[in-house]
Design a protein around this ligand. Structure first.
Ligand SMILES: C[S@@+](CC[C@H](N)C(=O)[O-])C[C@H]1O[C@@H](n2cnc3c(N)ncnc32)[C@H](O)[C@@H]1O
Length: 250
């Protein structure tokens, strides 16, 4: 049974990797993909907005509800705790893949279109840096626990499940949510901002800001005064330069 749990988690992780790679290509409009943010059959503006909002709402509901502590406590009565996170990862990947596959492009109006080659490269570089920051942040927190592999591995080795630790390495010394900052860069830094891309970026920005409020509520419940002190010292998505200067002065 523990081996089966690990194989299930490994399969869920592979599905996540494939979906994540597609998401990067989707936002970059890479050629050769089944679907990207600005490709696909044109439909009416009303249909495109309605379908896209429904797809993003489905992803948000899945992601937020299944990530909350109360929900986890309830559904681990049915799902073995060792694969709770892997099942979350699988459900999130399925919701995301549906969004990518069914996304309706909205080509007009164009919010901006940068023609200058250096400007295009700079924006694409910024977006690539965003994806990289997001990926690196998962390793700084605990990549294999976040993506559901550590838990069945510990169960297989009969190790007690480790309580999540409070971490502030590297990027987390400068902002509290580097992973989400990476996503924001990846979503907004584009040479050509179509209405469809802007809808995607704006809704996900709102979702990230709301998600941060819920995540921090859980983090305060988990880590108490340590997280409250961290919140006072470190900015949410942007570094607090005055605090850095004070630290340099002292
Ligand atoms: C997808 S990660 C995003 C982390 C963070 N919000 C960011 O943007 O870098 C969400 C998980 O990270 C955990 N988390 C967030 N900040 C943390 C920290 N400083 N130390 C440990 N875990 C943290 C949350 O409890 C949650 O389970």
């Amino acid at each position: 049974m523990p081996l089966l749990a690990l194989l299930y988690a490994a399969a869920a992780y592979l599905v996540f990797l494939a979906t994540f790679a597609w998401t990067v290509g989707f936002v970059f409009n890479l050629p050769g993909l089944p679907k990207t943010i600005d490709s696909g059959a044109a439909v009416s503006m009303a249909e495109a907005i309605a379908v896209n909002l429904a797809l993003m709402a489905l992803f948000a509901v899945q992601h937020s509800v299944m990530a909350r502590r109360g929900f986890k406590q309830w559904w681990t009565r049915f799902v073995p705790p060792s694969v709770e996170r892997a099942t979350y990862v699988l459900a999130a990947s399925a919701a995301l893949a549906l969004l990518l596959w069914q996304w309706r492009p909205i080509a007009q109006p164009l919010l901006w279109s940068v023609q200058d080659p250096a400007g295009r490269v700079a924006l694409q570089g910024l977006a690539a840096a965003g994806w990289l920051i997001a990926l690196v942040s998962t390793y700084l927190i605990d990549h294999f626990a976040l993506f559901g592999l550590r838990q069945p591995w510990a169960a297989l080795r009969r190790q007690a499940e480790q309580a999540p630790a409070f971490r502030t390495p590297l990027l987390y010394r400068h902002v509290r949510h580097p992973l989400y900052l990476g996503f924001l860069l990846a979503f907004w830094a584009t040479p050509q901002m179509t209405a469809g891309h802007a809808l995607f970026a704006a809704v996900n920005t709102a979702y990230i800001l709301i998600g941060i409020a819920f995540e921090e509520r859980d983090l305060i419940a988990q880590f108490g005064p340590r997280y409250l002190a961290y919140r006072q010292q470190v900015g949410m998505l942007l570094p607090r330069f005055r605090a850095h200067l004070r630290a340099l002065d002292s």
